[in-house]
Design a protein around this ligand. Sequence first.
Ligand code: GDP
Length: 280
Amino acid sequence: MAIQWYPGHMAKARRQVQEKLSQIDVVIEIVDARTPLSSRNPMIEELVEQKPRLVLLNKADLADTEMTKRWLEYFETEFSKSLVIDAQRGKGMNKIPEAVRSLAAPLLEKWKRKGINPRALRTLILGIPNVGKSTVINKLAGKKIANIGDKPGVTKKQQWIKVGGEMELLDTPGILWPKFEDEEVGYRLALTGAIKEEIFDFQDTVVFFLKFMKVHYPQLLKQRYDLEELPEDVVDLFDAVGKRRGCLVAGGLIDYDRVAEIIFRDFRHGKFGPVTLETP
Ligand code: GDP
């Protein structure tokens, strides 16, 4: 699912998130481990301010493990911790309550000082479309709560889900918009399925991808298309993949649209193996 964001739409989403945030002790932000910065909302810092924040690097099964380690460090700050998860298979999720608790330590301390009885810590899942918010909520709840692919702007009564004894989770996530004015960010979001691929020119997206792969994962590219060498020029690379995949039109010319489609789908379906599209 992808959402078209308009100024009015963004303002409304922002308002909805702000309303939710007022009740929250710890924010749980989900990003796509393959593209942790491009899959963040540009206003996240301003919105969340100095609330303690847990960043979940989701879809880690599709990302490069070494790069994920580096991203993990990147997100560790004074106010934030990070965890690597694969929400689809439920991996890494059992560490969430403990991380939330340690992030809330100053708050728990404050309650203690003031003689306030501690209550369950209130958390909210936040993120752009398709990063896995519903999947995480359902896994934490142990049952199907959020509709996979929930749309923003659809209001329903909010409820707190108990996660263990010490944590509660709002059953509706805060949905934020991605930022795709920047071309490269847009290409990463299109490749990872965060925005409709039609928003971006297919061939341009694939050219970006091939150039990136040539530098960062040349071996995976060679393996996938059974190429001994990677041609210098990206058009020659299109030709080589096209020939391998039989994407020819009349006169023996290469059908570039089809080649782009094949490469794009291969990435979407994880056929290259784990790949991270951006470095810290
Ligand atoms: P939301 O829009 O943020 O609520 O995202 P969803 O929870 O609907 O997930 C979007 C898509 O990503 C769905 O097809 C999920 O099955 C898939 N997904 C979620 N988490 C993971 C994960 O850890 N690994 C993989 N491979 N896919 C995931």
